[in-house]
Design a binder for this molecule. Structure first.
Ligand SMILES: *[C@@H]1O[C@H](CO)[C@@H](O)[C@H](O)[C@H]1NC(C)=O
Ligand SMILES: *[C@@H]1O[C@H](CO)[C@@H](O)[C@H](O)[C@H]1NC(C)=O
Ligand SMILES: *[C@@H]1O[C@H](CO)[C@@H](O)[C@H](O)[C@H]1NC(C)=O
Ligand SMILES: *[C@@H]1O[C@H](CO)[C@@H](O)[C@H](O)[C@H]1NC(C)=O
Ligand SMILES: *[C@@H]1O[C@H](CO)[C@@H](O)[C@H](O)[C@H]1NC(C)=O
Length: 453
């Protein structure tokens, strides 16, 4: 694998991350010591500090879909005819983690089937002033994802693929004019959407292009797609492992470990950090009522406005005997309203969130990150809650449910998550550990087969 290592990191992001990396454990281990003076005789302060470090370390080394098995990917990779001269660039991944993850995985899949090299995929970033503007600037791969893990696993699974990393102002090879929109690989909706049909379509597009010289390095900008591959037409192992190539940036993910540790301390839950989905610990809710969701009309369907979402989350938490609700929301006003509502409920429930559970310095550093980066902490915490609730129009919510469902499948606990649509009104998905509220024809058609766990 050829990697061109060139630095392309925003200095402010790096600075924020450096601050985030060092400090939190000291604060947390101090707190942990206060609340958990266990260990009995002979326990020194150092041992206690160590157990809190252990908690975070064990939590971080645990993944919902595990272990990662690259050989299932490598086998598929052997079916590819490689053309290192052809370089794909993902032109316009955008949105939050749910969409960017989907865009990026689709892009990688199309590159693998074409045997192309790639430019390390970036994304468009959201405006901080207007969160409905998702095209404001550019973000690097590592602003969301774990770059080292990605390069390592790509080299294991797809050793023939070259990955180029470009500097921001690096003079790029001119791409062929126009974005190439790959032919769909949704063979479920149209059986003629085969790999061969896609490759012929690509070949035709390239040959139509007067600048195309097969012998020369050719850069092609790929138009983004979302859930445009029938993942269930692929070998089971491929579908299961492919999405694991993308992990969250480890510095941001580490904050999620600290959040869960502090949640365990504050609400006195005995959480085993090595358990991917701990039972009977806490409920995780994605309260998706922010201005952009409202603006897009997501909350008008009778199942998704603030009161409908919060009623449903409280009911589901109580059904599972969970009295602590970890809430992910990009709207602090709504978060506060939910807190008040839960506290005045009979029986009362405790609502908490990432900013409540981080020591002040770290909470301040997290605030320095962008809106979508902050949400990555929620994404990680919610993956690991006992029971999860989200809404169907959110790819963020649905992605958490689909990934957790893969774990049930791995454990042989197969509950048809879509059966609930026939039993209950206004629920799109429920597999016992995750429930997705609301109905949405487009997502219900695209996601069950198109989203990568
Ligand atoms: C891929 O092909 C190579 C060369 O033919 C072979 O050595 C390797 O074992 C194959 N890998 C897999 C996972 O099938
Ligand atoms: C292709 O490469 C050859 C040899 O390097 C060069 O002479 C030619 O100009 C290139 N063609 C294009 C279209 O860049
Ligand atoms: C937060 O929610 C309130 C209503 O509860 C709304 O007025 C406000 O615009 C929202 N802000 C954002 C950033 O979503
Ligand atoms: C929210 O939706 C419920 C139906 O589930 C409806 O009764 C209620 O009036 C809605 N509230 C608002 C503020 O729109
Ligand atoms: C949980 O909620 C109860 C009831 O509102 C409250 O008395 C208690 O202090 C809360 N626990 C924490 C740790 O905030």
């Amino acid at each position: 694998m050829a990697i061109q290592h060139l630095k392309d990191k925003s200095p402010s992001f790096l600075a924020a991350l450096l601050v985030l990396t060092l400090a939190p454990l000291y604060f947390i281990s101090y707190q942990y010591r206060l609340v958990h003076p266990y260990g009995g005789s002979g326990t020194s302060k150092d041992d206690d500090a160590f157990s809190s470090t252990d908690f975070v370390r064990d939590w971080l080394s645990t993944h919902v879909v595990a272990p990662f098995n690259p050989s299932a990917l490598a086998t598929h990779c052997n079916l590819t005819e490689w053309h290192p001269n052809l370089v794909f660039n993902l032109e316009n991944a955008n949105g939050g983690i749910g969409n960017v993850r989907g865009n990026t995985l689709d892009f990688l899949f199309f590159a693998i089937e074409a045997g192309a090299s790639i430019i390390l995929p970036g994304r468009a970033t959201r405006s901080e002033e207007d969160i409905s503007n998702v095209w404001a600037a550019r973000g690097t791969f590592d602003s969301f994802f774990d770059e080292e893990w990605f390069l390592h696993t790509m080299a294991q699974a797809f050793p023939q693929m070259a990955i180029y990393k470009l500097e921001r102002h690096h003079k790029m090879l001119a791409p062929l004019p126009g974005n190439y929109l790959p032919r769909s690989r949704r063979s479920d909706t149209d059986p003629s959407n085969t790999k061969q049909a896609y490759l012929e379509h690509l070949d035709h597009w390239l040959k139509e292009n007067p600048n195309f010289q097969p012998e020369n390095l050719t850069l092609v900008n790929l138009e983004r797609t979302l859930w445009d591959i029938d993942t269930r037409s692929l070998p089971l192992g491929f579908r299961r492992n492919f999405g694991q190539i993308l992990r969250i940036n480890p510095t941001i993910r580490r904050l999620a470990g600290i959040v869960v540790l502090n949640l365990a301390i504050t609400f006195r839950h005995n959480i085993n950090p090595a358990s991917a989905i701990p039972r009977k610990a806490f409920y995780g809710a994605h309260l998706r009522t922010e201005a952009d969701a409202k603006g897009a009309g997501w909350l008008n369907d009778g199942y998704s406005n603030f009161s409908a979402q919060t009623d449903a989350y409280i009911a589901q938490a109580l059904k599972h005997n969970l009295r602590t609700i970890y809430v992910a929301s990009g709207n602090s006003t709504d978060l506060e309203l939910f807190r008040v509502k839960a506290a005045s409920h009979r029986p009362p429930l405790n609502v908490t969130s990432k900013f409540d559970l981080l020591p002040p310095n770290e909470a301040a550093a997290l605030r320095e990150l962008s809106w979508d980066q902050q949400a990555l902490v929620d994404y990680e915490v919610l993956q690991r809650c006992s029971v999860f609730g989200g809404i169907v129009k959110s790819s963020f919510s649905y992605n958490i449910a689909i990934t957790r469902d893969q774990r049930l499948e791995d454990e042989g606990r197969v509950i048809d998550p879509w059966g609930v649509m026939h039993r209950e009104e206004g629920v799109a998905f429920d597999d016992g550990v995750s429930r997705v509220l609301g109905r949405d024809a487009w997502h219900e058609q695209r996601i069950p087969r198109g989203m990568w766990p």
